[in-house]
Write a protein that binds this ligand. Structure first.
Ligand code: CU
Length: 188
């Protein structure tokens, strides 16, 4: 292994250790369930009553770490649209098709990491299913591969824009290679 290779591996390992520490610091690495969850809610604009505009959850299965974000809808750009318009915010779709924005559209995404290597999974798309526990509606989220136009490849993830009725409790189930996690949250 040459020195550059060694450094690249070392920095991958460091980011993986960082992710583990984030999980551990959430205080939820207890018990012996198949998966563990960490919770971070954020509001839409700093109001005193937290409006859940979105949230982040982490869960691990036997071989994968899943970081699930539910966000306000994001504009998604194909390579051609990205070249033509040079957007300063939104997401560049690498593989698949981005669904349009609209009323009550949320951006549901899953960052999936191989627990053995710490590297982001990009070759195999997970199945992403959103269940609205308030309305009973079940939505398959087409797993397009994308990353933020500013952050670039470090943000590689799967997901899409989907409609979610306001004031809903939702569950997001992610399946990959026979392994499955599910995370819950509320959206105002
Ligand atoms: Cu995305």
């Amino acid at each position: 292994m040459n020195e550059a290779n060694g450094q690249a591996r070392c920095s991958t390992l460091r980011s993986w250790v960082g992710a583990l520490l984030m999980i551990a610091s959430s205080g939820l690495l207890v018990g012996c369930g198949l998966w563990k969850v960490s919770n971070t809610d954020f509001d839409g604009g700093g109001s005193e009553v937290a409006e859940a505009a979105g949230w982040t959850r982490m869960a691990a299965s036997q071989h994968y770490l899943f970081v699930v974000n539910v966000l306000p809808g994001e504009e998604m750009f194909s390579h051609a649209a990205h070249e033509a318009h040079h957007p300063t915010e939104g997401e560049l779709v690498i593989d698949g098709e981005g669904l349009p924005l609209g009323p009550n559209v949320r951006h549901v995404e899953a960052h999936v990491y191989d627990l053995a290597t710490g590297l982001a999974i990009s070759k195999q798309a997970p199945i992403i299913e959103l269940t609205n526990r308030t309305t009973g509606e079940v939505t398959q989220v087409p797993a397009a591969l994308m990353h933020d136009v500013n952050i670039g490849a470090l943000d590689l993830h799967f997901g899409n824009n989907v409609h979610v009725a306001p004031s809903s409790d939702i569950s997001v189930k992610i399946s990959l290679q026979g392994e499955e996690v599910s995370v819950d949250g509320h959206l105002d």
